[in-house]
Design a protein around this ligand. Structure first.
Ligand SMILES: [Zn+2]
Length: 744
């Protein structure tokens, strides 16, 4: 452990280096890369976070993390840390690795540092890298191992980041994390746990969350760790969709935090062929204050700027209002599609989305000629004529039994070896689910890339939605690039069309398949700029920061009632940009027009897709919906894109009141979504607002007229609260907020 005096010396040196580097940066107006000297501390920083790192002779060190904007007391010292791999397997034998720091190959400036370590025999190069891609927010980290030898090597698990933080005593540390809304949001969803002595926690994520009763849910792979009193702390997350985990373990005042690939069930091993490399999933590390909403209000804009597609955000219609055919299930056909296009146009919706049911069969992703005699491109063109965009559902890694040309037939000898497991003689696909192929296999990857391209181009798509168990996380094959499974412990279970394989190689299978998935979508994006990608995976099962950088929006739950929609949004919106969070809105009992608006608005806090038969709406419902869509486009969408978000109530339970506050300090505008639950005698509720200025006056406008407009001070809204009165249970209100003059 380092004593305080040593730390202070470091800090002096760092300040000096930072000043030099900032000066060089400013005067040369490009990123000045300085050579890195062994043993000297270096800082990489954004306006929110600063890390201090050092290249030791045989390994790099993360020394500390500091909250930049505040005083030095918010410094987390790392007293343990990453150890470089000490051995690899070459030609079936264990070979020890001796790493030497290469100062000349390493470089650093205030935004980026890479420390290079080399091994002569076996010939390997390891790059330990930290990058501040935005001026604000988090700093990213990855470790890359290149095989420069002429032999195939096998690596054991290399964690993305392992830190042992020294906790200051006398503080109550907390761990905040959220679940994926996989299938349906659980009763808890958002977790806040005390990190007491002996605390031990693991949160995991995969390509396809499968909730099991009595087992912890998968998390969106990020954690916020903070001190209960000051509400200040650090956050970290993983930019990868494969099998990953984050763990926290406290012993005394040491808190071990590990982020990276999931070593279970293991033992993990991965192949690196000569000239190829392995890279740990990129992780991000940041510092914040203001509790979970403070972290979220820093993380969401950072995700937007650093991870998502800038072209998507240039489109002022993003997030779009969508009309989806799933309200009619698999019964979609041309007649229904053309009617829905007319209705979409009339209602002011912006995209027509054909869900499952349009194809000849599973894996046979061509329009069913009985349903679409003129093909899907004809329907797309009809949508385009009405000024609408057009998108389709597809499960492009699923094989079925169709034998038509172009179909992915599971019994075709070529395809059979791509399947994650052999199918039995009686196997049949489900109506829209089949056996998953492992796109980590190069031949399967090439097929899938070509198929995605064909689907986009021949169907004139503006949006492609992928669903189901798309990206493999377990595979029985021994001749794929991933490690072979240990068959003595391998479990194969069948669930909803596909086999799920859990074996020693599962994490490695997901590593290869996820990279193939990213590659296919990166290629599709390059070839079709402006094309939108919906990540569905049976609702909320692949919600993570890696897919956020390869897709444009997420279906966040597979149950679509108002409570599920609000719960999934409440959880997910702590970590991902709200514009990316899609709720599907389904038919729900709406005896009163107030209930109808409650149903719509419960799914309109982020990206809104309706899957309702709009042709059976009463004239009153039709007018209400049309008004709700117009309001969304004019006033709500700009706030959903750009405003800060505050969770101003407990997580929705459907019985009590709940609400969500959007506030954009630059525009001085905001909105409060207010929902009254089912409790009959609770007609009034006060919401304590956040993020306002106590001394300013705010003009309130109650959109539905539940109260007269009035002007209130920020102090009153934050201390006493915004009082709302709603006459009917299961109703809602939108309270718009704009800033008047300061009172002081
Ligand atoms: Zn495989």
């Amino acid at each position: 452990m380092q004593d305080h005096g040593v730390i202070a010396v470091h800090r002096l040196r760092i300040c000096w280096i930072s000043i030099c580097l900032s000066f060089a940066y400013a005067s040369l107006s490009f990123t000045a890369q300085a050579e890195v000297k062994e043993g000297i501390s270096i800082t990489v920083s954004t306006s929110d976070a600063q890390i201090e790192i050092r290249a030791g002779a045989h390994g790099p060190e993360l020394l500390s993390l500091t909250r930049s904007k505040t005083s030095n007391e918010r410094v987390w010292q790392n007293i343990g840390g990453d150890a470089l791999p000490t051995s690899v397997t070459v030609d079936g034998a264990e070979a020890s690795v001796n790493w030497t720091f290469n100062s000349k190959a390493s470089s650093a400036d205030s935004r980026h540092a890479v420390f290079v370590y080399e091994s002569q025999d076996p010939k390997l190069r390891l790059s330990w890298e930290w990058t501040a891609r935005a001026g604000f927010g988090a700093i990213e980290h990855s470790i890359r191992v290149e095989n420069l030898s002429t032999h195939e090597i096998w690596l054991q698990m290399i964690d993305s980041l392992h830190a042992r933080w020294a906790l200051s005593s006398g503080k109550e540390w907390q761990n905040f994390y959220v679940e994926k809304g996989a299938d349906t949001p659980s009763a808890v969803g958002t977790h806040l746990e005390s990190i007491g002595e002996g605390y031990r926690w693991i949160g995991s994520s995969s390509t396809y969350a499968r909730p099991h009763k009595d087992q912890p849910r998968e998390i969106i792979p990020a954690i916020f760790v903070f001190d209960r009193d000051t509400q200040a702390g650090w956050y970290a997350g993983i930019e990868f969709s494969g099998r990953t985990r984050i763990s926290l373990e406290r012993q005394g005042n040491n808190l071990d935090s590990v982020l990276g690939l999931n070593p279970e069930p293991g033992p993990f091993r991965t192949r690196v062929t000569p000239g190829d490399h392995f890279v740990t999933p990129t992780v991000f590390l940041g510092a914040f204050d203001g509790g979970p909403d403070g972290a979220g209000n820093q993380l969401r804009p950072w995700v937007r700027q650093v991870l998502t597609n800038p072209l998507t955000w240039k489109d002022v219609h993003y997030p779009l209002l969508v009309n989806n055919s799933w309200g009619s299930g698999m019964a979609v056909d041309e007649t229904l599609a053309l009617r829905m296009i007319r209705e979409s146009k009339e209602l002011g919706l912006e995209m027509f989305h054909v869900d499952a049911g349009w194809f000849r069969g599973v894996g046979d992703w061509y329009a069913d000629p009985k349903k679409f005699p003129r093909g899907l491109a004809y329907v797309a063109d009809e949508a385009h004529k009405e000024g609408l965009r057009f998108g389709i559902w597809v499960d492009w890694t699923q094989a079925g039994l169709d034998t038509e040309p172009g179909a992915l037939n599971a019994r075709d000898p070529k395809v059979r070896n791509w399947l994650v497991a052999d199918i039995g003689p009686d196997w049949k696909p489900e109506p829209f689910k089949g056996q998953t192929i492992d796109i980590g296999d190069p031949a399967a990857h090439a097929y899938a890339a070509k198929e995605v391209k064909r689907l986009i181009e021949t169907n004139h798509l503006d949006m492609i939605e992928h669903d189901g168990y798309l990206v493999a996380q377990g595979c029985t094959r021994e001749d794929h690039p991933h490690a072979a499974p240990d068959k003595s412990t391998m479990q194969v279970t069948h669930d909803w069309g596909s086999d799920f394989v859990l074996a020693s190689n599962s994490t490695d299978v997901s590593y290869h398949a996820v990279h193939a998935y990213y590659d296919i979508y990166a290629q599709a994006r390059r070839e079709h700029p402006g094309l939108l990608f919906e990540i569905c995976n049976d609702g909320g099962r692949m919600v993570d920061f890696g897919s956020a950088s390869h897709g444009d929006y997420f279906s966040i739950t597979d149950t679509y009632d108002p409570l599920s929609n609000r719960r999934a949004f409440y959880d997910t919106s702590y970590e991902l940009p709200t514009a990316m969070l899609e709720d599907y809105i389904e038919k729900w009992p709406t005896p009163r027009i107030e209930n109808f608006l409650y149903m719509l608005r419960s799914g309109m806090m982020g990206w809104a897709t309706i899957m309702l038969d709009t042709s059976i709406w009463t004239p009153e419902q039709h007018d209400a919906a049309k008004g709700a869509f117009a309001l969304y486009k004019e006033k709500l969408r700009p706030l959903i894109r750009d405003a800060r978000l505050y969770h101003i109530s407990e997580r929705p339970d459907g019985k009590r009141w709940d609400g969500m506050e959007y506030w954009d300090p630059e525009l001085a505008k905001g909105v409060i979504y207010v929902f009254r639950g089912s409790t009959p005698d609770e007609a009034e509720h006060s919401f304590k607002l956040a993020g306002l200025e106590a001394g300013r006056q705010y003009d309130l406008h109650f959109h539905d007229g539940s109260a007269p407009d009035r002007t209130v001070s920020g102090r009153e809204l934050m201390d006493e609260g915004l009082k709302v009165h709603l006459r009917y249970p299961l109703s809602s209100e939108l309270v718009f907020l704009s800033s008047g003059a300061a009172t002081h």
